[in-house]
Design a protein around this ligand. Structure first.
Ligand SMILES: [Zn+2]
Length: 214
């Protein structure tokens, strides 16, 4: 399995290289961030589940900012109907695994990351979820289904990880952080997954944000 490539807890303590200083210069000059912030980012690891519209935006910004380890999990392949909002994919990518293409785009955007981003072209399951969550510091829920959302939530509670959860449908978006410094988890707010009338982008549509510019 590719999980061995994830090295949570391995601390990188060297000062920034000249290439890194150049690459990150615009955020390094922010006094609230600086070299200390950059090294914190370099030492952290993010598990991103779901390489759709939410995952594309999150992944490329995390990679660009210098997150040290990024693992992207998605078993879906790119479809033509994804391209209007999943903006890192191109028409020639249709049929390829989303996680694989997204990792390629992140690597090209920032070749300086501490570890190369990892693509896991597999579904999130009860077998792999706990281990994946344990091996990362921050967990991003960019999925589109109730099962994966509760699976991630429960794993984050068991492993003591913060869960950053987002969703988009029609013209709306939501962003929530669960299980962070004593805050509630998804199950505290919505105890019964079966009671949720979850809607999907496939059935109900979702607007690509770029179109609003017109
Ligand atoms: Zn809870």
């Amino acid at each position: 399995m590719e999980f061995e490539r994830v090295e949570f807890g391995k601390t990188y303590t060297s000062p920034l290289t000249p290439e890194e200083v150049n690459h990150y210069s615009r955020q390094l000059v922010l006094p609230q961030f600086g070299v200390e912030g950059q090294i914190k980012l370099k030492n952290t690891s993010v598990l991103l589940v779901g390489a759709g519209g939410l995952g594309c935006s999150a992944a490329i910004h995390l990679a660009g900012s210098g997150v040290g380890q990024l693992t992207i999990v998605d078993h879906d392949r790119i479809e033509a109907s994804n391209l209007h909002r999943q903006i890192l994919y191109r028409s020639e990518d249709v049929g390829r695994y989303k996680a694989e293409v997204l990792v390629e785009r992140c690597s090209r955007s920032n070749p300086l990351s501490r570890m190369a981003p990892v693509a896991l072209c597999t579904a999130l399951t009860t077998e792999n979820c706990l281990e994946l969550v344990r091996n990362h510091a921050v967990i991003l829920d960019c999925t589109d289904n109730v099962y994966a959302r509760y699976l991630l939530n429960d794993a984050c509670v068991l492993r003591g990880r913060a869960l950053v959860s987002a969703s988009a449908l029609k013209f709306d978006g939501q962003l929530t952080v669960y299980n962070h410094q004593g805050s509630v988890c998804r199950r505290c707010l919505f105890p019964d997954p079966m009671a949720l009338q979850a809607q999907s982008c496939d059935d109900n549509g979702v607007m690509g944000p770029v179109q609003f510019l017109g």
